[in-house]
Design a protein around this ligand. Structure first.
Ligand code: FAD
Length: 420
């Protein structure tokens, strides 16, 4: 039986970074990354952005050059699914190769795209947008002449794909079940701004829109029937309605799970020598009022990867990274810092009409998050406000002529005066 000191399940942002950080922290033991992916570790964000737009070929979205892994003695075991874990024997069962022994196991399996369950959901021409293979299938359909696209779900992936596809000259209908886009992760100001942007670029965005079923001919999708009976004709459907965390084998072996694998501040699961990181992990966050949350972002997956590597190398440091995220749509660069959930007030800095502004989220007078649109300075300086957690006056925040770093300096002065 093959045996590795560390087995990492998943070659996404989390798994890859965990392996890199192990070596950076001087780990000399054997390391394997086992992944369902058949290609070396790559970035997922470009799939709905530059890769779909054909602005970046696959080689340019690899996380590291192919030789990197070999040079660092990190064994890539690709095209293999881990189907079971034996926590006592410390082995994982691989779909093709049989069992593999581990000293420590890092579960970095991300999630699989949530599928539609309505009639017609199994027709050809319905795609997810999670992996390279998904994007490749969509691109092949475009090459074959698909032009009328229905996107189901107006989260980040749906919005980004809609922006790219409309730029490529497709007719895009974007369907959202709720009353605004990004309702799970952003305030209504950002939703309204992005809704207007998408509409102004010719995207037919429909809110409060129920998908009743998918219609087809000869086994291939031809339209989406809505709750009100209308059928939107299309050549292709892309479904972006979130992910289901990939936690099956861990749950089966008795790990504590609750909407993901529950981990502590060192990314340890409830099972000895088994860690979990990235999109599949649930952790208490000081940025979410101490609630347990599951974050889907490159930053979180990569920083958890570093955290776990340090723990394995005997240099544990509790996970404390500030959450950040980005999204590109048309010529808009959105940068988010902090977690807006639980906010009780918002402040707009700058004029949305200029397409360069920020939305500041406050809770009990403290800045907890910012969404910055084409406003990199606010993003960089706002991060410090989120980390400081000081009280900042909303009217000062609204004055975009005052740099955020100045507001931070003022608040620190006030705080130190109060303390003395
Ligand atoms: C289209 C798209 C655009 C995105 N855009 C952004 C963005 O702009 N900014 C941002 O911050 N985030 C973005 N994200 C989110 C970000 O990519 C994820 O949060 C990140 O990839 C999570 O990393 P991960 O390692 O946890 O999981 P993943 O990257 O999903 O990797 C999981 C890995 O596990 C493997 N795997 C799963 N189950 C098994 C198993 N049983 N056995 C073996 N291998 C298994 C998978 O094949 C995969 O290699 C985007 C995601 C997508 C899909």
């Amino acid at each position: 039986m093959q045996s590795f000191d560390v087995v990492i399940v998943g070659s996404g942002h989390g798994g890859a970074q965990a392996a890199i950080a192990l070596r950076q922290n001087g780990f000399e033991g054997s390391v394997a990354i086992v992944s369902k992916d058949t290609v070396p570790p790559y970035e997922r964000p470009p799939l709905s952005k530059e890769y779909l737009a054909r602005e970046k070929p696959f080689e340019r979205i690899l996380l590291r050059p192919v030789e990197f892994w070999k040079d660092r003695s990190i064994e890539l075991v690709l095209g293999e699914e881990v189907t079971a874990i034996d926590a006592k024997q410390k082995t994982v069962q691989l779909s093709g190769r049989g069992p593999m022994r581990f000293g420590d196991l890092i579960w970095a399996a991300g999630g699989s795209p949530r599928r539609l369950t309505c009639d017609g959901a199994g027709l050809a021409g319905i795609h997810a947008m999670r992996g390279k293979d998904d994007a490749d299938k969509v691109m092949a359909e475009l090459d074959a002449g698909a032009r009328r696209i229905v996107l189901i779900g107006a989260g980040y992936i749906g919005l980004e794909a809609a922006a790219v596809l409309s730029k490529l000259g497709c007719e895009v209908v974007l369907l959202e079940a709720l009353d605004r886009v990004l309702s799970r992760v952003a305030g209504k100001e950002l939703s309204q701004f992005l809704e207007a942007e998408h509409r102004s670029h010719g995207i037919d965005l429909r809110l409060n829109c129920e998908v009743h079923s998918l219609e087809g001919r000869n086994g291939r999708v031809t339209g989406v029937r809505l709750g009100d009976g209308e059928v939107v004709q299309c050549d292709l459907v892309i479904v972006g309605i979130g992910i289901v965390p990939a936690i099956g084998p861990l749950a089966e072996v008795g790990a504590d799970v609750s909407g993901g694998v529950v981990v502590d501040e060192f990314c340890r699961t409830s099972l000895p020598c088994i860690y979990a990181i990235g999109d599949c992990a649930v952790q208490t966050s000081p940025f979410a009022q101490g609630e347990r949350i599951r974050i889907e972002s490159v930053q979180n997956a990569a920083d958890m990867g570093t955290c776990v590597a340090r723990a394995i190398c005997g240099k544990p440091e509790p996970y404390a990274a500030t959450p950040w995220f980005w999204s590109n749509q048309f010529d808009l660069k959105l940068q988010t810092v902090g977690i807006s959930r639980g906010y009780d007030a918002t402040v707009i800095r700058g004029d949305p009409a200029t397409r360069s502004f920020s939305i500041v989220y406050l809770r009990s007078g403290k800045v907890i998050a910012l969404d910055c649109i084409n406003s990199a300075k606010d993003y960089v300086q706002g991060r410090k406000l989120v980390e400081a957690g000081n009280l900042i006056s909303p009217s000062d925040l609204a004055d975009s002529s005052i740099p955020l770093k100045e507001l931070l300096a003022r608040s620190v002065k006030t705080l130190s005066k109060e303390l003395h």
